[in-house]
Design a protein around this ligand. Sequence first.
Ligand code: PEP
Length: 253
Amino acid sequence: MKKLMAANWKMFKTWDEAQTTAREIVEMAGAVLPEDRELLVLPPFTSLRGVSKQFKSIKGFSTGGQNFYCEEEGAFTGEISPRMLTDAGAAYGLTGHSERRHIMGESDTLIGRKTAYGVQSGLKIILCVGETDDEREKNQIEVVLKRQLDLGLEKISRKISPENISIAYEPVWAIGTGKVAGEAEIVAAHTFIRKTLISIFGNNGNKIRVLYGGSVKSSNCGKIIALDNVDGVLVGGASLHGESFSEIVLAKR
Ligand code: PEP
């Protein structure tokens, strides 16, 4: 399984800024991306086509949308469809990010509908799951992860090709805070996610990538991707600079 090294640029970067960072990533990682890695950037929608164009001929590079709605088209002001993302060059789509759960108020049920619709529309979906600080304090990590996985994956076919879905474990308290989950905490959560995936998809659950996200940077990435059941990373803050994201992508295990 190739490690998926993903950049979430959130609501950062104008067209020019995105083009510059994409160019830096191509220059620094384009020719030297290891065989066992895949690089993904999720830019804001306005820059998706431009970044996709720069990545198009580079082996192992792809782009995706940070969000989409679960309809092909229609009266859904402010939304965007998987078809439009694909048209702009995206191969991936993100669902369930904690900022959409907690700031935009997306429910597990809506996230499940979006995940299923995204897969059905031909996007490779990364479903984000993770507990809050309060849930961790109350010892509810497994209950929360199970609920988010069960409802998030409820509507997708049990026969899905495993490369079309990935899970990102992102403890909410570690996102954008500089606090990284400890190695034992990451391994425990990823092992639980793996078991849950196997209970849902049978043996294919072993082939679904489980990424870690939460204050990943070049100095901690190598250790994180060497852990059991960690099949890549989803990076926010440290992915905004071409050099730091390239260092993360190329980090030695
Ligand atoms: C994220 O946005 O998914 C994320 C993990 O952010 P950061 O790396 O900044 O914690």
